[in-house]
Design a protein around this ligand. Structure first.
Ligand SMILES: NC(=O)c1ccc[n+]([C@@H]2O[C@H](COP(=O)([O-])OP(=O)(O)OC[C@H]3O[C@@H](n4cnc5c(N)ncnc54)[C@H](OP(=O)(O)O)[C@@H]3O)[C@@H](O)[C@H]2O)c1
Length: 334
């Protein structure tokens, strides 16, 4: 079978190769999935550029890709919840990636059944952005019906899911986008749209229960300026935090370094009587089942910007890296 491998760090071209390798055999709690579609995320090109090198030691060449959807072709001895022939979708573990391949072995607890109404491309496009949003907004910030949320980059991979998800759980949603994406935001259900090329959102008097910071930079500290007392900043692009170090099981010294790097945001949260969450997404098949049900119930749909054939992963990553995707970028194996 053919599988993408990262062979070095740096530019994408020259460090990403398709290799012919034997079909993998799943371990006890894993299953082999014949991948029909995989989705790209910024973390994929960040890893190639070496962003995780200080925190995760990997032997090169290393497999690539988190999100995938396909059909189970083999199961480990201890897998009871799936059988060969099931259509499933999943988000692979950060230390055991590999969805950019014709076959990917994934822990059975990280997958869920793909509803028939979803194509493999649609299913592949959801896991990482959906888990990130659910784990940030609900599990950490306690998002609930009646609250208000400001979503940065509402048209991006995470944003286009988050706008729909927040609306589906009964929140009042304001999305920041550039004006070319305004119609898309209304179609996804945003109550209010701020066109960042026409208006500075900090000039509005509105205060939010939650700010979902998907862009980092100035937006992370600025989020506190538009929060209600007791509100929460959920940031997936802010500075590294102690929680992230704990999630990766890093050493005491790395925990202290990451704590130091995020000292300003936590000081600002303390000063303003608000909360701040910076975390890594965890793979979780049970949460993906909740998302699948929301799709079946018509509350959420996949938003796909572009699909690329299997052979064009580098081109697909280069497009995603422009930072202007409208929804998700998908790699098609079948
Ligand atoms: N911590 C975690 O576990 C975690 C999980 C998921 C994602 N992330 C991170 O979250 C970020 C967003 O991910 P994504 O998948 O949504 O990326 P994406 O799909 O590439 O985001 C593209 C969107 O970002 C907008 N954008 C780009 N630059 C902007 C700026 N300066 N100000 C406002 N909007 C801007 C673009 O809008 P325009 O076209 O209008 O410019 C576009 O709609 C990435 O950095 C990713 O690595 C972290």
């Amino acid at each position: 079978m053919r599988k993408y491998m990262q062979t070095g760090y740096g530019a994408m071209r020259g460090n990403v190769e398709i290799l012919d390798v034997p079909n993998p055999t799943p371990w006890d709690y894993e299953m082999a999935v014949e991948v029909h579609a995989a989705a790209l995320n910024p973390i994929d090109f960040k890893i190639i550029h070496g962003a995780l090198k200080p925190v995760i030691k990997e032997k090169l060449p290393t497999p690539m890709g988190f999100d995938g959807s396909g059909v189970v072709s083999a199961i480990g001895d201890r897998v009871t919840q799936f059988k060969v022939g099931d259509a499933v979708f999943f988000r692979a573990d950060i230390r055991n990636r590999g969805s950019f391949a014709q076959i990917c072995c994934v822990g059975a607890d990280l997958a869920t059944l793909k509803p028939e109404i979803m194509s493999h491309a649609d299913a592949a496009s959801l896991p990482l952005v959906a888990l990130t949003t659910l784990q940030g907004l609900v599990d950490r910030a306690g998002a609930k019906a009646g609250q208000s949320i400001l979503v940065h980059a509402g048209a991006g991979g995470v944003g286009s899911f988050a706008v729909q998800f927040a609306k589906a759980i009964g929140m009042e949603v304001t999305a920041i986008i550039s004006s070319k994406n305004a119609d898309m935001m209304r179609e996804l259900g945003a109550d209010f749209v701020i066109e960042r090329d026409k208006e500075d959102y900090l000039g509005r008097p509105t205060r939010y229960d939650i700010v979902y910071d998907t862009i980092g930079g100035d937006a992370t500290l600025d989020a506190f300026k538009v929060l209600k007392a007791g509100g929460a900043v959920v940031s997936i692009a802010g500075p590294p935090t102690e929680e992230m170090a704990n999630q990766l099981g890093l050493s005491w010294i790395m925990r202290q370094i990451m704590k130091f790097m995020s000292r300003k945001v936590f000081a600002e949260a303390k000063r303003t009587g608000t909360r701040y969450f910076g975390y890594f997404t965890q793979s979780d098949g049970a949460q993906l089942a909740q998302i699948a049900q929301m799709v079946v119930d018509g509350k959420i749909h996949a938003v796909i910007d572009r699909e690329y054939p299997f052979e064009q992963l580098v081109e697909a990553l280069e497009y995603l890296e422009t930072g202007h995707a409208k929804g998700k970028v998908v790699l098609k194996m079948k």
